[in-house]
Design a protein. Structure first.
Length: 271
């Protein structure tokens, strides 16, 4: 794969990179479609990055199906798949971590210590290996987007960060590889995330700007669902993740499954 991308660079063909952890769904494939529209060639990576999982998180049981991933990437006309082995990615003795200050610290950063260092490190390594012109990320992981944009701007990687809208199920649940952990009752309960965001967007549309009121609307909608436990409900600035912007962000637990979602309240809620 790396030889192909070296050749493409020499041929001055533009390269779009789509980083994933595999276990593909239509959200991932929407990133591939965007990359295809905007670049000569598309490289997709599939790497379950151990250093972005904390102790006790789901690294071991994270869904893995390389054959299905390869077939779906081929169908989506990906030109090359980059699937590094873990010990090739992190040789023994590797001790460098890429830490983005500020935006990586609240919310997901506080709930998952070390997570964004893992993300920053792997994204830097993927960018160094593939040297893409553009890299594609999903709005679904809004804080990851903010961290990666900060990283790319701060260390002059010369990679344009492109952000694609969240792909949702018909009932509003954002697609996620972790949805596979939900049983039928939990799956029905998970719709409280998009319901909460819809209610907050409706209130914002009616002129509600008080962050405490908006947060109360979000948390009440989660608390109305008996199977869900609220971890956080905040309204933040989408670039800095400081309090007080228009991006509503949610994290909940349903059983053992942790789910996140977000919506910019300035935009009409889809569905
Ligand atoms: P993951 O494999 O979960 O690390 O996700 C790989 C990329 O796909 C990340 O940039 C995610 O934000 C993006 N992604 C995940 N779910 C969705 C979705 N429902 N819609 C759009 N992009 C998504």
């Amino acid at each position: 794969m790396l030889e192909a991308s070296r050749r493409w660079r020499l041929e001055r063909r533009s390269i779009g990179l789509v980083p994933t952890m595999g276990a593909l769904h239509a959200g991932h494939l929407s990133l591939v479609d965007a990359a295809r529209r905007e670049n000569d060639v598309v490289v997709a990576s599939a790497f379950v990055n151990p250093i972005q999982f904390g102790p006790g998180e789901d690294f071991e049981r994270y869904p893995r199906d390389p054959e299905r991933d390869a077939a779906l990437f081929a169908q989506a006309e990906v030109d090359a798949i980059y699937r590094p082995a873990t010990d090739a990615m992190y040789s023994s003795g590797a001790s460098t971590r890429v830490h983005v200050t500020g935006v990586s610290e609240p919310l997901e950063g506080a709930a998952r210590p070390g997570h964004f260092e893992g993300v920053g490190t792997v994204v830097t390594k993927l960018f160094a290996a593939v040297e893409p012109d553009r890299a594609y990320f999903g709005q679904k992981d809004a804080q990851q987007v903010a961290v990666v944009k900060r990283l790319a701007a701060d260390i002059d990687l010369g990679v344009e960060i492109r952000v694609c809208p969240t792909v949702r199920e018909a009932d509003g649940l954002a697609l996620s590889s972790r949805n596979a952990y939900l049983d039928a009752a939990e799956r029905r309960a998970a719709v409280c995330l998009s319901r909460a965001l819809g209610l907050a967007a409706e209130a914002y549309g009616r002129g509600e700007r008080n962050p405490a009121r908006l947060q109360a609307i979000l948390s009440e909608a989660i608390e109305a669902e008996p199977l869900a436990r609220l971890e956080y409900a905040e309204v933040v600035d989408p670039a800095t993740f400081a309090a007080g912007g228009s991006l509503a962000v949610l994290a909940i637990l349903i059983g053992k499954t942790r789910l996140i979602d977000n919506h910019d309240l300035k935009l009409p809620y889809p569905g």
